[in-house]
Design a protein around this ligand. Sequence first.
Ligand SMILES: Cc1cc2nc3c(=O)[nH]c(=O)nc-3n(C[C@H](O)[C@H](O)[C@H](O)COP(=O)(O)O)c2cc1C
Length: 433
Amino acid sequence: MRPFFTKEDFLRADPGGAPLPFSEDVRVLGDAVAVGPLTAPSRILYQPMEGCDGEPDGSPGELTVRRYLRFAAGGPGIIWFEAVAVMREGRANPRQLMLTEENAGSFSRLVEKIKETAVRSGNPEPLVIMQATHSGRYSKPDGTPAPLVPQRCPALEKNGVPVTVVGDGYLDRVGEAIVRSAKLAEKTGFDGVDVKCCHRYLLSELLSARERDGKYGGRFENRTRLLLDAVSGARAACRDGFAVATRLNVYDGAEIPNGFGSAPDGSFDPAEPEKLARELAARGVSLINVTMGNPYFNPHVNRPFAQGAYDPPESPLDGVARLLSGAETVKRAAPSAAVAASGFSFLGAAAPNVAAAFTANGSFDLCGFGREAIAYPDLASDILKNGAMKKEKLCMCCSKCTEIMRKPGGTPGCVLRDKEVYLPIYRKFCVED
Ligand SMILES: Cc1cc2nc3c(=O)[nH]c(=O)nc-3n(C[C@H](O)[C@H](O)[C@H](O)COP(=O)(O)O)c2cc1C
């Protein structure tokens, strides 16, 4: 199965398969969405797509700037700016972005250019939300793995790399660093901060740290403490017009034993995610971007594909259906927050129609495009102005972007649709080595 080049392909596919609704009329995607006191000009959101192309000091590099100006010209309602490290040792690679007092000017200039480019291209000004991250288990600040974890997880540790279990004092400092980053993001001109809690990075791993002792482990109140304290801290430190958001794993996937949002048989159990969504909204989180899985361990849960490092154990359409139902669950639990769903890329040409069907009935508010945004940065303006995406620009979900990303020094982008820039990079890192 490949992504759907036409809507008809989608309608013909897998009749007994994923129960995804479809609407011919996609105009609802042009609706403005309230995000607390802010307004996203449409329901189309570009997901955080890290390019591993920052400068050594953490400021945006040339390819970083290029990516965001392409996004801005493409007309989404929200640009969810990629992972930006809050502490040096929590960087996922030596070129991961990191916002500091010293380099804040370079981020300010980029945010300003994003907004100018959007308007100059005839699009409304998007909200730009910065993702504040600590990579935890996947930290590699100097290029070699240096995992910092809240609790051991043997299933994720088969590579023999020694891990450090961090103490409560360290986690307190991570919380302080997130609040500092939120304040800097506000000063820099971002519209909001995402206290990242997904994909089994540090805060996301904490959600299932049931065996950990002390104030951050064991019962639900402890496992969610760092996330909830960090969002409350950011809320208190920043002005009302600055959004506090989170990208949240509501399900780690059946492959990870005792993961968050998992029933004993490994299936999705919404009870704790629902409770957490209510707590987040009560603390002033106005925007929740719902996601699942671990991109290193069970990537088919995180970004449904048919072609990748292994054959997925399920239809990618079932994966998309699970991701979208996770967003519906959160919206039901926290109706005051704007809720974004992840996982639209695999739907190809049918994505706007499925997105419209879900948002028209209030299942969730915003539709997030990840791989599709780097393949086809103009997707939002094509959907909003022409009601459809162009077949020849669609993401093929070929997994080459992530293949580049897994190579040391690799800077991911779309090898097929942005080939002048990324085919040579793919050849250098993935073919010639
Ligand atoms: C190259 C690449 C970089 C990514 N960078 C980030 C990131 O910085 N932060 C994040 O939360 N997710 C990141 N993701 C995950 C995407 O945001 C998204 O959740 C995933 O691709 C599934 O959505 P899609 O099916 O629309 O691609 C990345 C994915 C890819 C392939």
